[in-house]
Design a protein around this ligand. Sequence first.
Ligand SMILES: [Zn+2]
Length: 136
Amino acid sequence: MKRDKYDKTISELIVASADYTCEICGIRDGTHQCMHDISRTYVITRYDSRNLICGCAACHFATMKDPYLHAESFKKIKGVEENQLNIERARSGDRLKPFEKDEIRAHWQSELKRINKLRLEGVSGKIELEIPAILL
Ligand SMILES: [Zn+2]
């Protein structure tokens, strides 16, 4: 599945908010990627930070090859309840209209600016993101 501009924006934000650190193994090896709990096939969770973590390439590959490891990793990082909510959001079949995707992307771009500012001020480690109203 091709990555669109919305994927690129949220991906950049997820790795920045995690301070370029793998949320599974804790390594900072420069291979950080944005990983989805529920597959990108489901649009309603595709650009939602509650469905995403930052992982190194090795952990991303390992979790793609092992569904159990995938599920357990996300539950450990996001919590069992959030994992269940992600499943329910995906199963709802809710779609996003183009203007809604644009609105979500604008929100994430503003969150990235906030994070970059905090980094310049010396803040390190994970920074929690504010969920866009349209996804609540
Ligand atoms: Zn890792």
